[in-house]
Ligand binder design. Structure first.
Ligand code: UGA
Length: 443
């Protein structure tokens, strides 16, 4: 099989398919990315991927190329794993890479084969690709297309690929879905739910799943706003409603909100597609979900300014976390970096630490100052902002940190530090959606 597009999704998928016993060629048009992968090096940080890649390369069942001719010659199954970012000029998804991949591959498909779309696309895209394949592949209608959305999370990508909670395939013909079932046989044998649906439903499943997750996060963040207005505690509230199995506690983590290369752009792309389909009202509520999410970043900046006695100019702000979430070096649409940038724009001297994302952050936000050690970031700080909840930060000793800063004031924007420990160490600790923790303790 081939995996076309070796980014976060494709690199993991290619290595995972090789460990299932398949003979895999990974293709990417980015030569530098392929140059790394052939040496068993990953172009990004994903726990477990280095090991999986090394294991797969050692079997001889995984290789990489930039050549579509080689991929077309090799593949009986072609997985499409290219990116679909947000367009710079609108909310819609940019499908350039998807159409370019199929445009390059189709004219080279001379034998019957299965093309499996995994990229996140607006509903209706697969149907257009199916026509494009039928019209331009020499093998014509012997090139089958199915849609197999991907639900992996960065940070857990290897596990989510090899042990998914479900596999969904959209197919015109159940026989095409059976071909894909054969590919995933070792996973399906473990009893993984296998859902065969039509093409449109398969594409919608992915958009709906991400929209629901985003809505859940924004719901609890809207509750955080109410908690701030009333003195209530959003963490206790989430615990209490989360015990209801119909609601569930997962993804009720209130704080700085969601970022990354998926939830924000998928939410917007979904709204843009609903407009094209002339049912904009069906997803109008997602615009509030997006607004609530972005309001959290502005609110974190406001709290930071308050902790700086209203005057951020010239003050040293220590930022813990640059990645959009822990266990990732991905800084796409990172809430942490947005907050850091906003404070820099207000004149603060912002020093950022992250265990993995510093190189990416340095490249895209050169205006900020970076520290390779969290203790260096906080030394002399007037406020410490905990913006990405790496386990490394929970392991820091608040007593030691209090001895390094200029003023022991902090904002836990992810509600994950051990508040009693920080308070006991003399910190003035604020959180989002929670009463002033320091006041509570003093009372
Ligand atoms: C998300 C989905 O969870 C995956 O199922 C999906 O496959 C993927 O997008 C994708 O479309 O490719 P991911 O972007 O890796 O995965 O990250 P999540 O774990 O979903 O977190 C997204 C953001 O939400 C992060 O910024 C995180 O900090 C934030 N979040 C998450 C919260 O603010 N609160 C929570 O309770 C959970």
């Amino acid at each position: 099989m081939t995996v076309i597009g070796c980014g976060y999704l494709g690199a993991v998928h290619a290595a995972a398919m090789a460990t299932l016993g398949h003979d895999v060629v990974g293709l990417d048009t980015d030569e530098s990315r392929i140059a790394l992968l052939v040496q068993g090096r990953t172009p990004f940080y994903e726990p477990g991927l280095d090991e999986l890649l090394a294991e797969s390369l050692a079997t001889g069942r995984l290789r990489f190329t930039t050549s579509y001719a080689e991929a077309a010659e090799h593949g009986e199954v072609h997985f499409l794993c290219v990116g679909t970012p947000q367009r710079p000029d609108s909310n819609a998804a940019d499908l350039t890479a998807v159409f370019a991949a199929v445009g390059s591959l189709a004219p080279l498909l001379e034998r019957p084969c299965l093309v499996v779309g995994k990229s996140t696309v607006p509903v209706g895209t697969a149907e257009v690709l199916r026509e494009q394949l039928a019209a331009t592949a020499p093998a014509g209608s012997d090139v089958r297309l199915v849609w197999n959305p991907e639900f992996l999370r960065e940070g857990f990508a290897v596990r989510d690929t090899l042990e998914p909670d479900r596999l969904v395939v959209g197919a015109d013909d159940p026989a095409h879905a059976e071909e894909l079932a054969a590919v995933y046989a070792p996973i399906l044998e473990r009893g993984t739910p296998w859902l065969v649906v039509d093409l449109a439903t398969a594409q919608l499943v992915k958009s709906a799943a991400n929209a629901f997750l985003a809505t859940k996060i924004s719901f609890i963040n809207a509750m955080a706003e109410l908690c701030e207005a009333t003195g209530a505690d959003v963490v206790a509230l989430a615990d209490a409603i989360g015990h209801d199995a119909r609601i569930g506690r997962r993804f009720l983590g209130a704080g700085l909100g969601f970022g990354g290369g998926c939830l924000p752009k998928d939410l917007r792309g979904f709204m843009a597609r609903a407009e094209e389909l002339e049912v904009p009202e069906a997803l109008a509520f997602l615009s509030d979900v997006d607004d609530i999410n972005l309001r959290r970043r502005r609110h974190a900046v406001d709290v930071a300014v308050e902790l700086l006695d209203g005057d951020p100019a010239g003050k040293h702000v220590a930022v813990l976390g640059a990645a959009f979430k822990p266990d990732s070096d991905d800084i796409r649409d990172s809430p942490a970096l947005d907050v850091a940038d906003a404070l820099h724009d207000l004149g603060a001297h912002v020093v950022v630490h992250d265990p993995r994302a510093l190189d990416n952050a340095r490249r895209t936000r050169p205006e900020l100052t970076y520290a390779d050690d969290p203790l260096d970031a906080v030394r002399g700080a007037h406020v410490v902002l905990h913006l990405t909840e790496w386990a490394d930060y929970r392991a820091l000793d608040p007593v030691e940190l209090a001895g390094l800063v200029a003023v022991p004031r902090a904002l836990d924007a992810r509600n994950s530090l051990d508040a009693p420990r920080w308070l006991a160490a003399g910190w003035d600790l604020r959180a989002l959606g929670r009463p002033r923790l320091s006041d509570q303790v003093r009372a």
